[in-house]
Ligand binder design. Sequence first.
Ligand code: ATP
Length: 737
Amino acid sequence: MTATEPTKNIVPFAEQTYLDAVYARLDELREHTTQRLAQVRREGPSGSPQNRSERDAFATLYEDRLAQLDAVEDRLVFGRMDLRDGGRRYVGRIGLSDDDHAPMLTDWRAPAARAFYQATAANPGDLILRRHLQTRARTVIAVEDDVLDLDALTDAAEVNLSGEGALLAALNAQRTGRMGDIVATIQAEQDAVIRSDLDGVLVVQGGPGTGKTAVALHRAAYLLYAHRQRLERSGVLMIGPSRVFLRYIEQVLPSLGETGVVASTMADLVPGVSARGIESDRVAEIKGRAVWARIIGSAVRARQRVLPERELKVGSVRLTLRPAEVREAQARARRGRAPHNLARVTFVRQMLTALSRQYSEMVPGLGEDDHMEVLEELRSARDVRVALNLCWMPLSATGLLADLYAKPHRLAEAAPMLTAAERALLERADGEWTPADVPLIDEAAELIGADEEADRARAREAETQRAQEVEYAREVLEASGAGGGMVSAEVLADRFATSGPRQTTAERAYADRSWTYGHVVVDEAQELSAMAWRALLRRNPTRSMTIVGDVSQTSTRAGTSDWGATLDGPLRGRWRLATLTVNYRTPSDIMDAARRVATAADPEHPPTPVTSARDVDDALAITRVDDLTTGLRAAVEAERRMLDGGRLAVVAARHRHAELFAALEVSPVVDLTDEVVLLDPAGSKGLEFDVVVLGEPAELMPESDRAGDLYVAMTRPTRRLHVVHHGPLPEGLADVH
Ligand SMILES: Nc1ncnc2c1ncn2[C@@H]1O[C@H](COP(=O)(O)OP(=O)(O)OP(=O)(O)O)[C@@H](O)[C@H]1O
């Protein structure tokens, strides 16, 4: 931002007039789209299947467009650029033109809008003035100008150097429990990240509150806009740390006019696997190690065995299972490098051929015609079935893993690289899957594969049919001119092809474990284990990713404190780094205290430096109490009185929660729109609140020498941090007064 002098804010009449015209255009487009939709629907359920699917596809197109037009209603226009050549451009959530195709509003993602975010007084480019428009409903309530070249300005009297500024106004606003977009006030260093190239892996490292989540979401919206053809079909996957977090951010992309992003936690990544179990951080760390790729590989391989020679009864005939033949059949099956269950088909075929050869030797005089019958008899003979299964067991991913956990000898055989004590920690007879199991299940599913060859044949047939549909869709689009850049022939063909309930790319992608996405965005990426990275990279073979995180906020042992150490191997060193440096959330007094605590805990690795954008009076309070629960209750009551509609979180170690739910009268089910919520530090990751009341900070950094959890919890508030403690304070907090 350039320096501004506070003066009285007068909204020029012309701005309201312009805004009215833009909204009138929005209404017109809505009306037009509503009519087209009604017309398509009126055509009724008659006609050939082709006609019907075509109609459904267009109905979906218009429904999507309507949803988009509705979603951009709020703060549709937020900026104006006055250009050196006398031109003027308004910037908003979407691009709009009038009936004569003259531009009225420039999409914030268009190249022409870039200067709005990038221009500075030192580097104004073509801009002489940047104006922020603040609106409520359809009314302009304030304007604020950055003069970038005073000499070039023709009408300096019109300039409005307002008070607090658009950015500060956004930062000071009360929190609602839902993240908002930052489209009106994206800062230059953030804009550079948002518009960075689609290809390759971009790692965004930034301290707390530097806008990593906001930037990641805006980047997803930008990429979908700039590379719609490429990403619309393949989809974008966004990984967040928890379901609560995904709910927190769920409104941002729709408000930017994008709805097609698949949002998931790592725990929900494999369809059909529900990972609600809880386990210790120590166990999760063991399960996260890269060595599991080998462990699971050996476990699968262990189900491909060579049995000692044995007799096989087939009716009245006695055959012999010969180890040499088993070995040969297994070698052939492995040669194709197909997954276990698929390769099994080759193995079985080879064995049946070998056994039928034996059969012919023992029962001379069989003709060519009898061959099929013999094969059938072999296939259904119990001894043969049992023996072939023992030699090459059909597997399921979850079955394989459950077996490893339940049978110590199997785990010992597959995982000699783990110590006996580590293996003992993994042992369990049953129980729920945990988040750390999910990447292991995914790994196993990859090695095991689906179970019929028929899947492949079906896929080949579908491919041919699809090519015909795409061709047809292309013709339809050309004939109707309905695409308008919004939809590609491939996408329309997908919609033609989908009978029954409408299925978007996102829905299909989410339901398909082997879906590969055009781009993957990972938030709080510092927590991902080596095995989790493998699962994600599998879903993105083109290596187009945005990874955002902060290695100073890592709270799990499986996570990373060094991007290079974690990513260099799997990405073969091919990734680029961007750094964000300004904290837009946490007031400077709180940020300084958090930094002192983290540095005292691990002087060798102090957190990455950030500068707080704001100072807030009375931002940090520390209260010593005799009883923690009573003390927390009193603190919450006091803070609540000053909350004035904002949001408050109590952060305390999990073992305190049972008592605190009752004492603080908060719901055990976290709903961030509640005025007060109770969280553990891991649950507070990525979130923010007006006020945070922190209970017994020393308990938030138990045995480790790192302050990851405590550092995260301390940096959540936008206004005030109230630390309540009975025991000793961690170093770095003890000296604050
Ligand atoms: N350019 C901006 N304009 C307005 N608000 C912003 C801007 N950048 C960030 N913010 C706000 O700052 C807050 C912190 O942003 P965000 O949650 O994206 O940070 P983060 O780096 O992901 O934080 P953490 O790592 O601590 O979870 C959010 O409320 C966000 O809306």
